[in-house]
Design a protein around this ligand. Structure first.
Ligand SMILES: NC(=O)c1ccc[n+]([C@@H]2O[C@H](COP(=O)([O-])OP(=O)(O)OC[C@H]3O[C@@H](n4cnc5c(N)ncnc54)[C@H](OP(=O)(O)O)[C@@H]3O)[C@@H](O)[C@H]2O)c1
Length: 305
């Protein structure tokens, strides 16, 4: 099969479309024929070598955490999925070395979920990593019903799901974005109030969900409130009795299935910025690193979605 492989740590050009051995399918595994993967910040950081000390592998490696596709084969001990099923999954590539920028991916069946039926299978790849990250972080934060939640990076991949999930949970959503154009986007996702560019007023929110690398915005949380961040490089400091937690995404097929149901129920929108073929993963990384994407960059088997 073919895959976009990182030959050595470095700029996007180290990602090359090449022939690699087909993955082995263990008894608990599902073999997925990839419809699409995506570009996540962790993929570009993996490629550059910024995460090398945390990774369980050295190049060459096939990166990628998100996948949507069709089940091509199942291991002997898999009973809840079968050949031909449309599925989605998030694999923690940094820990397992099993990446999704490939024509075929073999993953533990427990981290694989039925794909949402209401969207094209390629677009479904926009859900796993960002959706799970937002859902798990909000669980860590556990905001009180009816309370106000400030979300930074509110039109980013994780923040955008955060806005939608918080709104669906009945929270008052305050969004922080970079531009006036993003403000419209945040309102369309369900934000009740939007702050553009500069820091929001001190103490304006009961809680903070930080996804933009703006840890100083913990100042917008009222005394004794709560904050959760997913940006490990910029952890907010606890102050004025504000409880600060970090959240790191975990593989979870059941939770992903629940998120797929929310997509089908119309409670979660999947946003796609552009679509490229998997073979152009290097170009996709260059575009992503230039910033300003609104929705995921999809990497699909044939470049369409
Ligand atoms: N802990 C975990 O398990 C986990 C999981 C997933 C992601 N993450 C991390 O979470 C962060 C967000 O990931 P993502 O996939 O949502 O990335 P993303 O789609 O690029 O979203 C980040 C958003 O933050 C905005 N932003 C950045 N700096 C800003 C500033 N100074 N003012 C206003 N807005 C700003 C970006 O706007 P521009 O596009 O205009 O810059 C973008 O809309 C990344 O740091 C990623 O590494 C962590």
């Amino acid at each position: 099969m073919r895959a976009a492989q990182i030959s050595a740590y470095g700029p996007p050009e180290v990602l090359t479309w090449t022939r690699v051995p087909e993955p082995e399918v263990g008894p608990r595994d599902v073999l997925i024929r990839t419809a699409a993967s995506t570009v996540n910040p962790v993929d570009t950081l993996t490629r550059s070598g910024a995460l090398a000390e945390h990774a369980s592998f050295a190049p060459p490696t096939v990166p990628g955490w998100d996948v949507s596709g069709v089940v091509a084969a199942v291991g002997a001990r898999v009973s809840h999925l079968g050949e031909g099923d449309p599925v989605v999954a998030m694999t923690a590539h940094m820990a397992t070395g099993r990446g999704t920028y490939a024509e075929l991916v073999a993953l533990d069946a427990d981290i694989v979920a039925p794909a949402p039926a209401s969207v094209p299978l390629e677009r479904a790849a926009a859900l796993p990593l960002a959706g799970l990250t937002a859902h798990q972080a909000l669980e860590v934060l556990a905001p009180a019903a009816g309370s106000s939640l400030l979300i930074t990076g509110a039109v980013g991949a994780v923040g955008g799901f955060g806005v939608q999930l918080a709104r669906a949970a009945g929270l008052r959503v305050l969004a922080h974005v970079r531009t006036e154009g993003d403000a419209e986007h945040a309102r369309a996702l369900g934000a009740d109030e939007v702050f553009v560019a500069g820091p929001p007023p001190s103490g304006v929110a009961d809680a903070l969900f930080e996804t933009a690398g703006l840890p100083e915005y913990v100042g917008a949380v009222r005394d004794g409130g709560r904050a959760v961040s997913v940006v490990a490089t910029h952890p907010p400091a606890a102050e004025r009795g504000v409880e600060v937690r970090m959240s790191f995404v975990e593989q979870d097929g059941r939770r992903l299935a629940a998120l797929a149901e929310l997509v089908d129920a119309g409670a979660l929108t999947l946003r796609v910025d552009r679509v490229l073929p998997l073979s152009e993963a290097a170009k996709a990384h260059t575009l992503f690193e230039a910033g300003g994407t609104r929705g995921k960059i999809l990497l699909t088997a044939d470049g369409s979605a």
